[in-house]
Write a protein that binds this ligand. Structure first.
Ligand code: FES
Length: 171
């Protein structure tokens, strides 16, 4: 015989299941790659889908490209790209020492950094070398901004300014 208590239990179970599905969807969204379109050597990436402090790795001309939406408390830096009021780091994910792929250490938001396991090199949140053998920051790929989209492979004015200011080598 079904009682009011059974009904409440089922209703509560339903809400819990819905909450679980919502949490799973949010987790899946943060694991999914950012929406991107590839054509004629260019890769267009929609930055608006990025989650803060979650590293996205795209591929462009065979190279891993790190795309990181920075937490709002990260201080501004000329190596960052600002889109829609949010700050992003876009760099080639190859260590400037001997080309290994660094990992992103997001343990403490304030001290997030990139670490290269090959020879212990480290880079700060702006991908500037802070420790070990890397001779320079992670390189910034040619990019152009188009609304909230990033076009990899095209040299826009923001990228040209970074080059002129000596913030990256041309790749
Ligand atoms: S290749 Fe990264 S520290 Fe040597």
């Amino acid at each position: 015989m079904s009682t009011r208590r059974d009904f409440m239990g089922m209703a509560l179970g339903g809400f819990t299941a819905l909450g679980g599905i919502g949490a799973l969807y949010a987790m899946k969204r943060s694991w999914d790659p950012l929406p991107s379109v590839k054509s004629a050597g260019f890769t267009t990436i929609d930055l608006s889908a990025a989650a803060e402090n979650v590293l996205n790795v795209e591929k462009w001309r065979g190279k891993p490209i790190f795309i990181l939406k920075l937490a709002s408390n990260v201080p501004s830096n000329p190596r960052q790209i600002v889109v829609g009021g949010s700050k992003y780091l876009v760099v080639i994910g190859l260590c400037t020492h001997l080309g290994c792929i660094p990992s992103f250490d997001a343990n403490a938001e304030k001290n997030s950094k990139f670490k290269c396991a090959c020879h212990g090199g480290e880079y700060d949140i702006n991908a500037v070398e802070t420790f070990g053998p890397p001779p320079r920051p992670l390189d910034i790929p040619p990019f152009k901004l188009n609304g909230t989209s990033l076009v990899l492979g095209e040299e826009g004015s923001e990228y040209k300014k970074m080059l002129a200011d000596g913030l990256t080598l041309k790749v």
